[in-house]
Design a protein around this ligand. Structure first.
Ligand code: HEC
Length: 135
């Protein structure tokens, strides 16, 4: 009888450990890869406000570069980057990103007289790498 109690106790402990393992696997899954936060960057909620705060005073609705709306941005040609101001899926190949980071290939860093914060730059990069959607 005493042995049976020990066996039951042993089984309970084993199954308890098994449960703990399962729970840990479920919880730790998404954190493992150090991936970016899953929510997509939104053009209208996240990107356009950056332009409104730092760019549209000079790049309004007219000129080679207009940052007043999604379609204006995507139709902007610029003087030096041809039609590549935004290359969907490729932040590194986008003139827009080159212009807001240190030492751009053409002209001076934007915005003139200052700079965006690292997190603002990262927001724009992520939006382009996610496909530069009108979202
Ligand atoms: C104070 C005025 C001013 C502000 C603010 C400003 N820009 Fe500019 N921008 C200019 C001028 C002037 C040029 C042309 C000279 C140059 O490229 O350095 C220009 C050029 C550009 C170009 C075109 C480069 C080319 O030749 O093709 C891009 C893209 C650009 N700006 C993006 C931005 C972005 C993005 C912001 C906001 C983060 C911004 N600018 C804020 C004045 C401004």
């Amino acid at each position: 009888m005493k042995n049976l109690n020990l066996v039951v106790l042993f089984l309970l402990i084993i199954s308890g450990l098994a449960c703990t393992d399962n729970t840990e696997n479920l919880i730790s899954g998404p954190d493992d890869g150090g991936e970016e936060p899953s929510g997509e960057v939104s053009y209208s909620n996240d990107v356009q406000p950056i332009f409104n705060g730092s760019c549209t005073s000079c790049h309004g609705s007219s000129g080679n570069v207009s940052l007043s709306s999604y379609s204006a941005l995507m139709n902007s040609v610029g003087n030096s980057y041809g039609s590549n101001l935004v290359v969907a899926g490729n932040a590194d190949g986008s003139g827009l990103v080159d212009k807001i980071e240190p030492n751009p290939d053409h002209g001076s860093r934007m915005p003139v007289g200052g700079s965006l914060t690292n997190s603002e730059i990262q927001t724009i990069r992520t939006w382009i790498n996610e496909g530069a959607k009108n979202n």
